[in-house]
Ligand binder design. Structure first.
Ligand code: GUN
Length: 299
């Protein structure tokens, strides 16, 4: 059984990105610039955005944090997005989700210029991903792909079972594992809250990507010997053991499942660190205009 070390892989990629930034500066180019919009005071969002801004500083990116109170109007937020779309100094930006009820997340996502959509949430990026065209990939699926690659995990012809159908993880992961390029070529099954006899799919799986957000869902008797398990779950549960007063719980009962695995990601320290570094990778590509070039007309 091999434990996949997401922290170590993320640290390696961080060095690779920092090197690229140095090279850009040496060539007289500006460093990539990520802007983040944060609305309200959601504890999780505050932490995620703070970590993203901190990471930018550590790898030599420029970053800008734009904050609004919960009561900000949809119109004001959309105006700021248009401003960022037009700002030539900003290479990529994100609007941290979730947003307050009175703001349409869909409208927000569709207002972002897809060429600056480093979250990969815009329909143009989602569509291009489904077609296997160059685009910004959403951070968590991109991070999982990178882990599969760096551990040289075989995927061709394997049965990959994805637990969860969210737009951020389950659906894009299914599209990616289906693709002809490595890591892909899988037979993909997507299970969700309405799937009957979910354990039967899990027991047949060669690769399980658990992204239901249900702590301790996948148990030892639900997997076969030699399975690869990627645990995307990050539910915050209260804890007296940590300073913050909570700890992260995965979707997998690690102690039961790990002994049967060929590879498994722990929580924390598996997929989590890869998610933020994948956003940094997208920002680097945005700064280098590596995907959509400098063209201003739409494709
Ligand atoms: N909320 C939870 N995950 C994400 C993410 O990857 N990007 C944004 N913008 N919001 C999120």
């Amino acid at each position: 059984m091999n434990i996949i070390d997401g922290r170590a892989v993320a640290a390696q990629i961080k060095l690779e990105i920092a090197d690229e930034v140095e090279q850009m500066l040496a060539e007289g180019r500006k460093s990539p610039h990520l802007a983040a919009i944060l609305v309200g005071h959601n504890g999780g969002s505050e932490t995620y955005v703070a970590n993203k801004v901190k990471m930018c500083g550590e790898i030599g990116f420029k970053s800008t944090l734009i904050r609004y109170e919960d009561r900000v109007s949809e119109t004001e937020l959309l105006h700021k997005i248009v401003e960022l779309n037009l700002d030539p100094d900003v290479d990529g930006f994100i609007v941290q989700l979730p947003l307050p009820q009175h703001i349409s997340e869909q409208k927000v996502i569709e207002t972002i210029d897809y060429r600056k959509d480093v979250d990969g949430f815009h329909p143009v990026n989602v569509g291009r991903m489904s077609m296997g065209l160059p685009c910004f990939l959403p951070a968590t699926p991109a991070g999982i792909r990178e882990l599969l690659k760096r551990y040289a995990i075989q995927t061709e012809g394997k049965h990959c079972v994805i637990l969860g159908r969210s737009s951020i993880v389950g659906k894009p992961m299914a599209a990616l594992m289906l693709q002809k390029t490595y890591p892909g070529d899988c037979t993909v099954t997507v299970c969700h809250s309405r799937t009957k006899d979910i354990q039967n799919y899990c027991r047949d799986a060669d690769i399980i990507i658990a992204a239901l957000g249900v702590p301790c869902f996948l148990k030892g008797d639900m997997v076969k010997e030699g399975v690869v398990v990627i645990d995307v779950g990050t539910t915050r549960v209260p804890s007296k053991e940590t300073k913050s007063g909570f700890k992260l719980k995965g979707d997998v009962v690690f102690e039961e499942v790990a002994p049967k695995c060929s590879f498994i990601t722990p929580v924390p320290g598996g997929v989590g660190p890869m998610t933020i570094i994948s956003l940094m990778k997208n920002t680097l590509l945005a700064g280098q205009k590596a995907i959509y070039g400098y063209e201003t007309e739409t494709i």
